[in-house]
Design a protein around this ligand. Structure first.
Ligand code: SF4
Length: 452
């Protein structure tokens, strides 16, 4: 979602007459887009800001401007605290207000006493002053559909993200998303389809539908009612769209229609990111995940009944408060049961203002580290096995990147694996979907040769 937001911010700034520079030293404006999901991310933001402060002082000494804008979920959560802690930051804005960034930048460019700064009409905007310079805090949850004012620029890439839903109503007890991204809002289905058509017209062939809780998508107007599977079917019908992925889905919002869509639509890729977080029903209850381990297993069984070859992927949190040895062993059991093709696993870290911060039985960090190592070892084993099983198969690969060596081109399979092709002519395969016969596999990569 942050990559998508950053692309949109870039497009907005380009449309407002700004241009991109290659070197930080040449920039008049720097925008940081931030993530608040894990604790380390916040520290990284302030470390980065310390570096930008030095740049700003150097630029000011040369009489050049240097506007620092911080957006995203850390900005949303920190708010005025960020303006206090980093007094050289000019603009703090949240994920709901970045459509107003060009106006905010225009506004802070001019000192207030020349009477020429742009008037901003936003209910949530607060203006602070430092040396007569306005500093803006814009972290409201705008009711206006921000997507209406976001431009789509023709891109050279063949794959693109498309946000369809934002925010979350699930309130898992460890998660900051409902506090930073707000309550769940689904975009107008016709606007999404229009955007997907514009992408296809500019050459995009792979779309990843995005949402914090993407499969809870639900849009209704006077004449139509859309659920997630309906939207997927409509996107898959668009001429030129050959591959559709989505992320992230929630187990309780998996419908039979969505499962069947995977079996029926060749454009819908056989990869399902279905975060479970823990293999203990007690821990899941404490996490407020709204399902039991048996519910999750039944969902996976049903997905596989209709789609035997699908690659399953999950997220895991180890060391959640109250997770004892038995609960952790149950997580390992579940991993063995599902047999994942990929996974993302982390130690639990308390996030501000979440219920889990105050839960009893917090787990010692050394125990978390030991459990994470065991879990990741099992997950690596399964991923390596999944990749090894692909040797001898022909996969469909979208090539879009150069490799480290000049004779390599990198792509992504229908199962989201990285695939490397050795060829004297990488450009010939760049930005195309090819059938690749897989000849080798490691934990993180496959290699193969083109099948004509
Ligand atoms: S469903 Fe996902 S985004 Fe929503 S609160 Fe839970 S972890 Fe956070």
């Amino acid at each position: 979602m942050n990559v998508y937001d950053s692309d949109k911010v870039s497009a907005l700034l380009l449309c407002s007459g700004m241009s991109k520079v290659e070197e930080l030293d040449d920039a008049d404006v720097v925008v940081l887009n931030t993530c608040h999901v894990r604790e380390k991310a916040k520290h990284k933001v302030y470390t980065e800001l310390g570096y930008l402060r030095e740049r700003k002082e150097a630029r000011f000494a040369e009489g050049k401007p240097f506007i620092i804008a911080v957006g995203g979920c850390v900005a949303q959560a920190e708010g005025a605290k960020m303006l206090e802690r980093a007094p050289f930051v000019d603009i703090v804005f949240g994920p709901h207000t970045y459509n107003e960034l060009p106006n905010m930048i225009r506004s802070v460019r001019k000192p207030t006493d020349d009477g020429d700064h742009v008037a901003l009409e936003t209910a949530h905007l607060e203006i602070f002053f430092k040396n007569k310079r306005p500093r803006l805090l814009n972290i409201g949850f705008s009711s206006e559909d921000k997507y209406k004012s976001l431009p789509f620029l023709n891109v050279e890439k063949k794959s693109a993200y498309l946000a369809i839903q934002e925010g979350c109503d699930k309130f898992c007890t460890y998660c900051v998303v409902p506090h930073t991204r707000g309550r769940e809002v689904s975009r107008d289905a016709q606007a999404i389809i229009q955007e997907a058509k514009s992408m296809a017209a500019s050459g995009v062939c792979e779309i990843t539908l995005l949402g914090q809780n993407v499969n809870s998508y639900r849009y209704e107007d006077v004449s139509e009612k859309w659920l997630f599977a309906d939207l997927i079917r409509a996107v898959c019908e668009i001429d030129g769209i050959k591959r559709v992925f989505y992320t992230s889905s929630h187990p309780v919002d998996v419908t039979l229609d969505l499962i069947k869509a995977h079996a029926e639509l060749p454009q819908l890729m056989p990869f399902w990111h279905l975060p479970v977080q823990s293999g203990s029903t007690n821990v899941l209850r404490a996490m407020n995940r709204h399902y039991s381990v048996d519910d999750y297993k039944r969902t996976v069984d049903n997905i596989r009944k209709y789609n035997p070859d699908i690659a399953m992927c999950s997220d895991f949190i180890v060391g959640f408060p109250g997770e004892d040895d038995e609960a952790f062993e149950q997580t390992l059991e579940l991993v063995r049961y599902v047999n994942y093709a990929q996974a993302f696993s982390f130690k639990y870290s308390p996030r501000p203002n979440t219920v889990a911060c105050d839960l009893p039985d917090q787990v010692d960090d050394s125990v978390k580290a030991e459990r994470l190592a065991r879990l990741q070892s099992l997950l690596r084993e399964q991923q390596t096995q999944f990749n090894t099983n692909c040797i001898g198969q022909t996969l469909s690969v979208l090539f879009q990147k150069h490799g480290k060596c000049s004779n390599q081109v990198l792509g992504k399979s229908q199962f989201m694996q990285s695939v490397v092709l050795h060829t004297p002519n990488p450009e010939m395969y760049m930005n195309s979907i090819r059938n690749v016969f897989i000849t080798g596999a490691t934990l993180s990569c496959l290699e193969g040769r083109i099948v004509n």
